[in-house]
Design a binder for this molecule. Structure first.
Ligand SMILES: [Fe+2]
Length: 166
């Protein structure tokens, strides 16, 4: 299947309009995995000129965003969730060593949440993973990575609380 940003985004919109819940996100995740196989589509958005984070499409009606990411330096992110949003990480190239974290104490204003590291797994090219609201995770990379990532809502516009590993 070959995609354009327009066809990909309109298919996401069709799916999420019919079911914004977990089943709909599973379908979007499947669609992301299909899109990751489309080299022409991926190369058009996830390339040498792509910054750390670029919103390439924001849906005016539903609010979901399609983001392109190229992360160039080795880094381990802090454990985080996406506030009131879900996200789907699609690995275009490189590898992400992901950790899931168990929330021991919820985060609140002025008080970081407490989390304990759980499962660790590697996102390899072609794989997609869904993080629902409140799912705490931390991506680590030892070399450059490229991602196609969907956010339920634009996370740049929302308040998020930090978590502390214990
Ligand atoms: Fe994340």
């Amino acid at each position: 299947m070959s995609f354009t940003l327009e066809s990909f985004a309109s298919e996401c919109q069709r799916i999420l309009k019919a079911d914004p819940g977990r089943a709909g996100r599973e379908k979007v995740s499947d669609l992301v995995q299909e899109a990751l196989k489309d080299e022409k589509f991926i190369t058009a958005y996830v390339n040498d000129n792509t910054p750390d984070r670029q919103v390439i499409y924001e849906d005016a009606e539903l609010g979901f965003c399609v983001c392109a990411h190229v992360n160039r330096e080795a880094r381990e992110a802090n454990p985080h969730d996406h506030g009131s949003s879900w996200a789907i990480y699609g690995q275009a190239w490189g590898e992400t060593e992901m950790s899931d974290w168990e929330v021991l104490e919820a985060a609140a204003e002025g008080k970081p949440g407490k989390v304990r590291r759980g499962q660790m797994y590697t996102l390899k090219p072609g794989m997609a993973h869904i993080y629902h609201e409140g799912d705490v995770h931390s991506p680590k990379r030892t070399a450059a990575t490229g991602l196609l990532r969907i956010e339920g809502k634009n996370t740049a516009k929302m308040k998020r609380y930090p978590y502390k590993a214990v």
